[in-house]
Write a protein that binds this ligand. Structure first.
Ligand SMILES: Cc1ncc(COP(=O)(O)O)c(C=O)c1O
Length: 380
């Protein structure tokens, strides 16, 4: 392998997180969100490794569905996207269930799909992205007349990851609105309900709303071992899934007063040993992290210095100068010896969320998969 920048993905930890989330969520079934290349972890590898512990997969394109089906994934696939007229044939061929949240998609689907093809409806309770609004009830009732039996599930999407315990917060308002929908569509009683993403499953004691019965949970980020936001209080046992690492390529001995990298944004205050690391912004290491982030080298935190370049960046190795050599491991996030750098820490330094850090990892970064020695028994 010439380029050694690697994301190592622990599939045992991924399955363990999914089980933990299910246990905490009080839901019977899991729709595991594997859109966006399984949040950067590898669509097919992740789906195959988790097929036995989840009940469906959440995707956002028929291209994802085709890749999964060609690779032999048989689990139900739920498509969270609009539908074009020409999408319907592929939807049927790939055995994908759409989650429909707009009239155009609904019309295409009802006019072009076969009469036994099921679908889910999505209600807009405040996210204002997809979903039918309560004031569109009459038109929706009219369009659904005679098709109610084909509706398999009812969904909404929560907009605020942190407000599950706040009785006056967005989550409560959304739940209230969702219940209004259920009342407005009595012919859709007893459908499968799904509204929650990762966040509520991470809270230790049940969030105030778990008295509500939702058969499904749709976790994404927590399955990959991350909190939705750095400040999110997590008390359930999430295990890290991805470790991003690279290696030292070469070294420069520089004098105090010399600068490093483009635009001279960092200048050495003392004579320093600078290492070149084989990772840059084209690998997904965001340029805005320049001079902010640290890496793990020789079991210690060392500061990244100078502007991050497209393919490389530099670290100040002065404090570990006697312990480094060409080819040595550099951990961007993950663990080395007893030190840990989390995805959440990197996200926070980049003023973003863990989702963006994970999904930005470029396709040229090698993905390696590992299983813990004793593979757990499959459970649902
Ligand atoms: C419709 C839908 N459901 C569930 C999720 C999962 O959210 P999370 O990754 O916060 O668990 C997403 C993610 O964006 C989503 O778009």
């Amino acid at each position: 392998m010439h380029r050694r920048t690697t994301a190592t993905i622990n599939l045992s930890n991924l399955r363990s997180n999914l089980r933990e989330i299910k246990k905490h969520s009080h839901s019977e079934k899991v729709c595991f969100m594997i859109k966006a290349n399984a949040y950067g972890h590898g669509l097919v590898e992740v789906a195959k490794a988790c097929e036995e512990v989840v009940d469906s997969f959440g995707i956002i394109s028929l291209e994802e569905a085709a890749e999964l089906r060609v690779s032999g994934v048989k689990a139900p696939l739920w498509l969270f996207s609009n539908l074009w007229k020409e999408s319907i044939a592929d939807l049927e061929k790939l055995s994908v269930t759409p989650v429909i949240g707009d009239f155009s998609s609904l019309d295409h689907f009802l006019s072009n799909s076969s009469s036994d093809k099921k679908f889910h409806l999505k209600f807009n309770t405040g996210m204002n992205r997809f979903g039918f609004r309560l004031n569109q009830k009459d038109l929706l009732l009219q369009k659904l007349e005679g098709f109610e039996g084909r509706v398999e599930g009812l969904a909404t999407h929560m907009l605020d990851g942190n407000a599950y315990r706040d009785e006056k917060g967005a989550c409560s308002r959304q739940l209230h609105e969702f219940k209004e929908f259920l009342r407005a569509f009595p012919k859709l009683a007893n459908k499968q309900l799904h509204i929650y993403k990762s966040a509520p499953a991470l809270l230790n004691d049940p969030p105030i709303h778990t008295d509500e019965y939702f058969q499904w949970i749709r976790p994404g980020i927590a399955s990959y071992g991350c909190r939705p936001e750095t400040s999110f209080p997590v008390t359930c046992n999430l295990k890290p899934v991805m470790q991003l690492e690279s290696c030292l390529l070469s070294f420069q001995e520089i004098k105090a007063g010399e600068s490093v990298s483009y635009s001279s944004t960092w200048t050495a205050e003392r004579d320093s040993l600078i290492g070149v690391v084989q990772i840059g912004y084209a690998d997904g290491l965001k340029r805005c992290l320049s001079n902010k982030v640290s890496f793990l080298v020789a079991g210690q935190r060392v500061p990244q210095v100078g502007n991050i370049c497209m393919d490389y960046c530099m670290v100040d190795l002065t404090k570990v100068r006697d312990q480094v050599k060409e080819g040595q491991q550099v951990v961007i996030f993950g663990q080395q010896a007893d030190k840990i750098i989390s995805v959440e820490e990197v996200a926070s330094l980049a003023s973003t969320i863990p989702y963006e850090i994970l999904t930005s990892i470029a396709s040229r970064v090698n993905r390696q998969y590992k299983e813990d020695e004793s593979r757990e028994e499959p459970t649902r």
